[in-house]
Design a protein around this ligand. Structure first.
Ligand code: COA
Length: 223
């Protein structure tokens, strides 16, 4: 076999070898932030986040509009299990922290990658502890995560979306403020503890996000 024919496969092997998979262990240092915003820091989860996650995930108000995957009461075992599923890169679910306290989780944000014909999509999800609501934190975190995903993972993720239970106006506002559009309502699509609710679908393609960001920057420079 000539060296010309072996070269391409050698190159392919090289590009696979550069993808490093990392796992965060209980004695690992705090992982660095993937995003820093004006007030927040978003970083991969760490096993030591479990007590804060249990504390802030516990109130019924936090679980109310979440799927059954976010149980109530939220125990330390639930927190440990969720964290253990998210310690190996590439990470999809992250801790939200205040910049001044990067080791203290106050909420969570991330996206679930789609599969099959939806492999280019991600379903965003987020929550924040009760003492931190109403400060614009989730809007700030979601705007940043959306930008990070389309920028850093935009070759794979070209659409983000969320399903919001009927009546959850605060979450719908967060999405709208980050450029997501209300795309439709699936009537009676969810049932949680016997209560049937509509599911409001909000979505944003990478192209629409680029347009939204361009307009916003233009508006900012006009003011
Ligand atoms: C819902 C939730 C994500 C909002 O986060 P937050 O950080 O408090 O939201 P923000 O402060 O960034 O912005 C909320 C927006 O909704 C508005 N809002 C808040 N409560 C509202 C309510 N009850 N009705 C209408 N609008 C409301 C706010 O005024 C703000 O909009 P504005 O800036 O136009 O005034 C947060 O309370 C939470 O984590 N809840 C529990 C988990 C959850 O429900 N996750 C989402 C599942 S889809």
């Amino acid at each position: 076999m000539s060296s010309e024919t072996t070269a391409p496969s050698a190159m392919a092997t090289q590009s696979i070898a550069t993808t490093t998979i990392t796992t965060i262990m209980v004695d690992s240092p705090l992982p660095p932030a993937i995003i820093t915003t004006r007030r927040l820091l978003i970083r991969p989860l760490h096993p030591k986040d479990a007590p804060a996650m249990q504390l802030h995930g516990s109130p019924a108000s936090v679980a109310r509009y979440m799927s059954l995957a976010f149980p109530h009461p939220y125990t330390i075992t639930h927190a440990d299990t969720w964290i253990s599923l998210n310690l190996t890169s590439p990470y999809h679910h992250f801790a939200i922290c205040e910049i001044a306290a990067p080791h203290i989780l106050i909420g969570g944000i991330g996206y679930k990658p789609g599969s099959d014909v939806e492999a280019h999509t991600g379903e965003v999800g987020y929550w924040i502890g009760e003492p931190f609501t109403g400060k614009g934190y989730v809007t700030e975190a979601l705007e940043a995560l959306t930008a990070w995903t389309f920028t850093e993972r935009g070759d794979r993720v070209r659409r983000l979306y969320a399903g919001v239970f009927g009546g959850h106006t605060a979450s719908m506002r967060c999405l709208e403020k980050c450029g997501y559009k209300a795309e439709g309502v699936l009537k009676g699509h969810v049932e949680k503890h016997g209560e049937v609710m509509d599911l409001h679908v909000f979505g944003l393609t990478k192209g629409d996000w680029e347009e939204w960001r361009r307009k916003r920057e233009q508006e900012g420079s006009n003011n």
